[in-house]
Design a protein around this ligand. Structure first.
Ligand SMILES: [Zn+2]
Length: 441
């Protein structure tokens, strides 16, 4: 029997740039795509599965445009030296933790947030991985975790010169192996990019090399850009130029490149980013947690830049990130600013960014991938096209995700996971790994 899932009695928010509400609609999934959307309850066929969406809102699965699966084992960690600035945070925590990951740890480090993503309705994640003492094969292990969770991922390895030339070479090799594999496979769940850490840990030679390799594949770069003021200071002192300027000089920018953060970019850099059609991904909670500042997404929007929303591994709950992002724009500007911009980042721009790699994501539309979530939501005030974003921020974000479907597969229904893997067993295993990692901290 064909995989045909009928969802009836649905209030649909279609998402994307032209998002609208459709009340009293039915939707048919065939295979991994949305086959048909129609008003009313006219059902002729027998379906392999029928879901009643009454009392729920149907919308596209969320996309997390900047993630680090590798940070999972930092949850609950103690004995970490307290840090007064961004460089100390990297040295005292992240650059210690990532060195302790072997391929098995990288697998569990990815699988745990992926399972969490299903619960929070996030169906696509664009990840940036680091495990400098176990680079070879790490992306393939993470691919397995993405496949085991049945979600979608865009993967890369963050090349850096911080641990010497051998590690740089290994990082480049891992990217190339995985990009070649993913492009050959043409899988609609897994895509690859070329990962780079950040300007301040990359030499001119490494940037040159990376740019030459990337040209062969056209996969784009995923890199941190001007996350903290120290990245700019380093660049200005050692290279006599700004970070985005330097990246552009080496051919790192372009329509498939993601620049995470851009908290400290000036008008000149914004114009370069716009001209090269690169995407920025804003990570408000992480920026606040690291005390590095608040990126100006209002200005990015005024400059016509494509800016999306990521979590930098602070959470996989995109609605939590959305709300935090809004409060921070209010603090940065005033409470009249940032509302449309932050909603646009998640609902309109993240699909545009993800579709630079996949195509057919982020909208409830016939022919698009069936990445669909149902959220418990019975509005207590009128819910219309004009006020959907206000319901999203103040109401829908406070409601539970009930059902998650990715690639036409039901991964959670009635808030129960429907995976072939045992969550309890996975947690037991990951606790063992965490104990081992923490012991050496
Ligand atoms: Zn990051």
């Amino acid at each position: 029997m064909k995989n045909e899932i009928l969802i009836k009695n649905a209030t649909i928010y279609t998402g994307g740039e032209t998002g609208k509400l459709l009340k009293g609609y039915s939707l048919l999934i065939e295979g991994n795509k949305i086959k048909k959307i129609w008003k009313g309850k006219n059902f002729k066929n027998k379906y392999s599965k029928v879901i009643d969406a009454k009392g729920k809102l149907l919308m596209p699965g969320f996309i997390n445009a900047h993630m680090h699966f590798y940070s999972t084992f930092a949850r609950g960690i103690y004995k970490v030296k307290s840090s007064k600035n961004f460089m100390e945070i990297l040295e005292n925590l992240w650059w210690k933790l990532d060195k302790k990951l072997d391929n098995e740890a990288s697998y569990y480090s990815a699988l745990i947030p992926l399972i969490d993503s299903i619960k929070k309705g996030t169906t696509t994640l664009i990840d940036h991985h680091a495990s400098p003492y176990n680079i070879k094969g790490s992306l393939f292990k993470i691919e397995k975790a993405v496949k085991d969770s049945a979600l979608r991922g865009v993967l890369c390895y963050e090349v850096s010169d911080r641990d010497g030339q051998d590690k740089t070479q290994e990082g480049i090799r891992e990217n190339l192996d995985f990009i070649e594999y993913a492009q050959k496979k043409g899988d609609d769940q897994i895509k690859a990019m070329f990962g780079l850490h950040a300007s301040f840990t990359l030499s001119d030679e490494t940037l040159e090399k990376a740019a030459a390799y990337e040209k062969q594949f056209g996969c784009g770069f995923h890199i941190h850009c001007a996350e903290s003021q120290s990245d700019q200071l380093n660049c200005e002192v050692t290279r006599k130029m700004r970070v985005a300027e330097r990246l552009n000089k080496f051919g790192i920018l372009g329509p498939k490149t993601i620049l995470a953060h851009c908290v400290h970019v000036n008008d000149y850099e914004l114009s370069i980013i716009k001209d090269t059609n690169s995407a920025i991904v804003h990570n408000p909670q992480s920026n606040a947690n690291n005390g590095v500042g608040i990126a100006d997404i209002v200005k990015m929007s005024e400059n016509g830049i494509l800016f999306g929303l990521g979590t930098d591994a602070m959470t996989v709950n995109m609605l939590e990130e959305l709300r935090s992002g809004l409060w921070l724009q209010h603090l940065k500007h005033n409470p009249s600013k940032g509302f449309n911009e932050i909603c646009k980042a998640l609902i309109e721009n993240n699909p545009k960014i993800a579709n630079r790699y996949f195509g057919g994501l982020g909208e409830i539309k016939e022919g698009y991938y069936a990445d669909i979530i149902l959220i418990d939501y019975m509005p207590c005030t009128p819910l219309e096209n004009e006020n959907f974003y206000s319901h999203l921020v103040f109401g829908i974000s406070q409601s539970a995700v009930d059902t998650t479907i990715a690639n036409g597969k039901i991964l959670m229904e009635n808030k129960k996971l429907k995976l072939d893997i045992e969550e309890e067993e996975i947690n037991k295993k990951s606790i063992e790994i965490a104990k081992k990692i923490w012991k050496e901290f």
